[in-house]
Write a protein that binds this ligand. Structure first.
Ligand SMILES: N[C@@H](CCC(=O)N[C@@H](CS)C(=O)NCC(=O)O)C(=O)O
Length: 218
């Protein structure tokens, strides 16, 4: 059986939703293990033995570990195409991967600069500057996702739930933690509220024990 190591509310939510969608479409069940990132469990010797990068998500398949969201998700889609998590048509698939890659290699690291600015500079003033700049970038990126969300019906790729929907939900939650009020992104918020009611998304939210609304005024 496949086993997902995830951090509640972290980017591992993306393959988590994928696994729930696969379970709904095929009956294939999976195991999960929560990794408490705020307690540093991702740096325990046991976890580092599985994933030397010390990051979630990690998917263990037949005892073999696979890291990186894009790799895990393309594996899941390749093994369970019935779940329809990525389009089959080569052009549409490439377009979906283009958005997925942008989310993973641009939006996600931008947030890392806000949330873990200590990774990028030593002094407090430099960290505050990094945070401030990254917050402005992140806001712009959420606005770009909002433009896509305005056309979603009900999902970004149309009827079918995809990994990029799960990522979009994660980013709006993270924005709330960084002081971005979701009420200022109404089309994005309405889309995420719709997503949260879809059974695979609702199941992953329930297992992770997370709230959709994370907004903290800064
Ligand atoms: N590029 C990686 C990013 C993974 C990542 O940044 N994971 C974060 C959670 S969202 C993490 O595990 N952080 C723990 C840490 O930095 O110690 C992927 O696609 O899987």
């Amino acid at each position: 059986m496949m086993k997902l190591y995830y951090g509640p509310g972290a980017c591992s939510f993306v393959p988590h939703v994928g696994l729930e969608a696969i379970k709904a479409a095929t009956g294939e069940d999976f195991e999960t293990q929560a990794v408490k990132l705020h307690k540093g469990e991702q740096r325990s010797p046991e976890y580092l033995a599985l994933n030397p990068l010390g990051l979630v998500p990690l998917l263990v398949v037949d005892g073999k570990p696979l890291s990186q969201i894009l790799a895990i998700c393309t594996y899941l889609d390749g093994r369970y195409p019935q779940a329809g998590l990525l389009p089959v048509d080569p052009w549409q698939r490439a377009q979906a991967m283009s958005t997925f890659a942008w989310m993973n290699n641009t939006v996600h690291p931008t947030f890392t600069h806000i949330f873990r600015s200590q990774k990028f500079a030593d002094g407090e003033a430099a960290q505050a500057e990094i945070k401030r700049t990254a917050l402005g970038m992140f806001r712009g990126q959420l606005e770009r996702i909002q433009e896509m969300a305005g056309k979603a019906s009900p999902c970004l790729l149309g009827e079918k739930l995809s990994f990029i929907d799960a990522y979009a939900l994660v980013f709006l939650r993270w924005g709330g933690l960084a002081g971005i009020d979701p009420a200022t992104l109404p089309a994005y918020k309405a889309y995420v509220d719709r997503l949260a009611m879809m059974p695979p998304v609702a199941a992953a939210i329930a297992r992770e024990g997370i709230q959709l609304d994370t907004y903290q005024k800064k």
